[in-house]
Design a protein around this ligand. Structure first.
Ligand SMILES: CC(C)(COP(=O)(O)OP(=O)(O)OC[C@H]1O[C@@H](n2cnc3c(N)ncnc32)[C@H](O)[C@@H]1OP(=O)(O)O)[C@@H](O)C(=O)NCCC(=O)NCCS
Length: 183
């Protein structure tokens, strides 16, 4: 059974409205500012927000993203708008080279919602990932997270089911919709 080679996704991806750059330490300060500014919005559906409080927390996360990029398990990008402002992140993580699947995660500052940034990046990254050998990409989102459920449906991810009480959101156990795209 052939294992997947490292995906080797590009470190820079551009779309009509934004660009994504491999997570690096030079993004740490701006990343923390974006998280701090949007803490209430982000924490509703992202488990890591409350434990990302200081610049050291962001540095530790970036170290993890650098290592997991290098070993082919997680391709994490910071997203910038065309004014070069950091506006969010997207990553293809949980890459399993035996089963050849991976999971998308993403967030955007609220003022950058509704412009199609994530959908555009999703399409570009998934195309490359499928070309390089993945056979399945999945997205898990809280049933109450209507924008994220819309991202999945709009981009052709098929609803596979609802995982009951599968998300621990700060001690509350929420139902989780599972979507996937396969080739
Ligand atoms: C989930 C989240 C990233 C969705 O952001 P988003 O801006 O709605 O998603 P996209 O960037 O794909 O943009 C799609 C929106 O832009 C609009 N749009 C405009 N031009 C578009 C284009 N060319 N292509 C696609 N959509 C476009 C769409 O109509 C859609 O708006 P709608 O859902 O109100 O109809 C954002 O709400 C978020 O960060 N939430 C908090 C963190 C979070 O929940 N992360 C996901 C955890 S699973």
């Amino acid at each position: 059974m052939q294992m997947l080679n490292k995906l080797e996704l590009p470190e820079y991806i551009e779309t009509e409205t934004c660009y994504a750059v491999r997570r690096k330490h030079e993004h740490n300060t701006e990343m923390l500012e974006a998280i701090d500014k949007n803490r209430v919005f982000l924490r509703e559906f992202l488990f890591w927000v409350d434990k990302t409080k200081s610049i050291d927390d962001v540095k530790n996360a970036t170290n993890m993203f650098i290592a997991s990029w290098n070993n082919g398990e997680n391709y994490a990008y910071a997203i910038f708008n065309k004014d070069n402002k950091l506006i969010g992140s997207i990553d293809l993580h949980e890459i399993n080279s035996f089963d050849r699947n991976g999971e998308f995660g993403y967030w955007l500052a609220p003022e950058e919602n509704g412009k199609g940034h994530i959908s555009r990046l999703l399409q570009k990254i998934e195309k490359m990932a499928f070309e390089k050998g993945l056979v399945r990409i999945y997205i898990r989102c809280d049933v109450a997270n209507l924008p994220s459920n819309r991202v999945c449906k709009r981009n052709g991810y098929v609803f596979e089911g609802c995982l009951k009480k599968a998300l621990n959101t700060y001690g509350e156990f929420h139902d989780c919709n599972l979507y996937a795209k396969t080739i």
